[in-house]
Design a protein around this ligand. Structure first.
Ligand SMILES: Cc1cc2nc3c(=O)[nH]c(=O)nc-3n(C[C@H](O)[C@H](O)[C@H](O)COP(=O)(O)O)c2cc1C
Length: 386
């Protein structure tokens, strides 16, 4: 459908209101949030106040972290000199993350934002990961002491960082220096960034990502658990303040509007995911990467990888670069492992990585051609326990 034709159907060109009113689309438009992109209480958490010097200000930063399926699997307790972070085990994604790899990475991302927010709020933070061996949901203790307030470009980037799912520029490419800068951030022994930059490497990564996407869609349990976190109704988004929504999908304004007006079926959703991945996200990537560790089943290595991922994405944001995790490969690897399936994707990705390393995050990078939009967030008040 041409853009013009779509606009005519939607009534967004001339003669709009008449068409929309006559077909009842106006009501759907309001209900679907066509006129409300990025507004409402589901998005208030992004409008952060200046650092206020209170530990709660650190939580305000933590909840803006990247997190798989936007489940926000975190709970905090806060006192004057420490913040405790717990995993919320009611917010897992089932067969999409059967070994909890993505949950741990997401929590690691939140830890990194907590740590980065300390200095601008006049505090020094000491992070202890998995401090209670008998309680695997106790993810971190962050001890706080008063310190001189220091500004930080990465802290400033926390509200600007969004997952960028649209097309990237095919004329402006990421430089080797930029990739080296990001590689240096994987500074924990055993953790490494592996880049796929040549045409052959990019084709191998793309082919495997498409294969993994198809396998997820064809796997009823995995597809069910994936779909559960999609939210299309504006009121649902405002109520839950979580999940995957259409606005940050990287689709054009026309397609986003259509999706809000005429809710998609699960099949259409899957078809859109596959075609968006295959036809836009993969072909326009400047490079692909994998964050690898030695033991992908070790929660500590995953939490550290999450801290690194958040730092990488924030650093890329300060350079005007877009990043998108494309985690179909590790999601399929975990599914093959946990369900005892033939290790097809597992073997294929292993052949692309240094011996003995395992990908816990796979992603693309490039210069975005459009602004990435915000995802909903639950505010600190909803995730801090008494
Ligand atoms: C471990 C992990 C895996 C993710 N996998 C994907 C993915 O496969 N595809 C994707 O588009 N986004 C992926 N994301 C990005 C999240 O969906 C995103 O962080 C979340 O929806 C919140 O949006 P924001 O990053 O724009 O704040 C992943 C993020 C994390 C931390």
């Amino acid at each position: 459908m041409s853009r013009r034709k779509a606009l005519q159907i939607l009534g967004l060109g001339s003669g709009v209101v008449a068409v929309a009113g006559a077909t009842g689309l106006t009501w759907r438009a309001v209900d679907g949030g066509v006129f409300s992109t990025g507004t409402g209480s589901a998005y208030d958490a992004w409008n952060r106040a200046d650092p206020g010097g209170h530990p709660l200000n650190l939580v305000d930063a933590a909840i803006l972290a990247a997190n798989a399926h936007n489940t926000q699997p975190w709970l905090f307790t806060v006192s004057a000199d420490r913040i405790e972070l717990f995993a919320d085990m009611s917010r897992t994604t089932g067969a999409m993350d059967p070994l909890l790899r993505e949950m741990h990475i997401s929590l690691g991302c939140a830890v990194e934002n907590l740590a980065l927010a300390a200095a601008p709020n006049g505090m020094a933070a000491k992070v202890s990961l998995l401090p209670t061996p008998s309680d695997t949901t106790h993810i971190a203790t962050v001890s706080l002491t008063p310190a001189a307030a220091l500004s930080s470009p990465l802290f400033d980037a926390i509200s600007e960082r969004h997952t960028s799912r649209g097309a990237y520029s095919t004329s402006r490419t990421v430089t080797g220096r930029q990739l080296d800068t990001l590689s240096a951030l994987a500074d924990i022994p055993g953790t490494q960034l592996v880049w796929f930059t040549t045409a052959a490497q990019k084709k191998a990564f793309s082919d495997l990502t498409v294969r993994a996407t198809r396998a997820i869609i064809a796997d009823p349990r995995q597809a069910d658990d994936d779909y559960r976190w999609y939210r299309s109704d504006w009121h649902d988004i405002q109520r839950h303040k979580d999940g995957i929504t259409i606005d940050p999908s990287g689709q054009s304004a026309v397609v986003r509007t259509l999706s809000k007006l005429l809710p998609t079926t699960r099949k259409q959703n899957n078809d859109g995911w596959l075609s968006g991945t295959r036809d836009t996200q993969l072909p326009t990537a400047s490079a692909f990467g994998a964050l690898v560790v030695q033991d992908p089943h070790d929660p500590l290595q995953r939490l550290r990888a999450g801290r690194i991922w958040q730092r990488i994405h924030l650093t890329a944001t300060t350079e005007g670069l877009g990043m998108q995790p494309l985690c179909q490969i590790p999601e399929r690897v975990d599914r093959e492992t946990s369900a005892g399936l033939s290790p097809e994707v597992t073997n294929a990705i292993a052949a692309m990585l240094p011996a003995g390393s395992h990908a816990v995050m796979t992603f693309r990078i490039g210069y975005p051609t459009a602004t990435a939009l915000r995802s909903p967030r639950r505010p600190a008040a909803d995730v801090v326990r008494a």
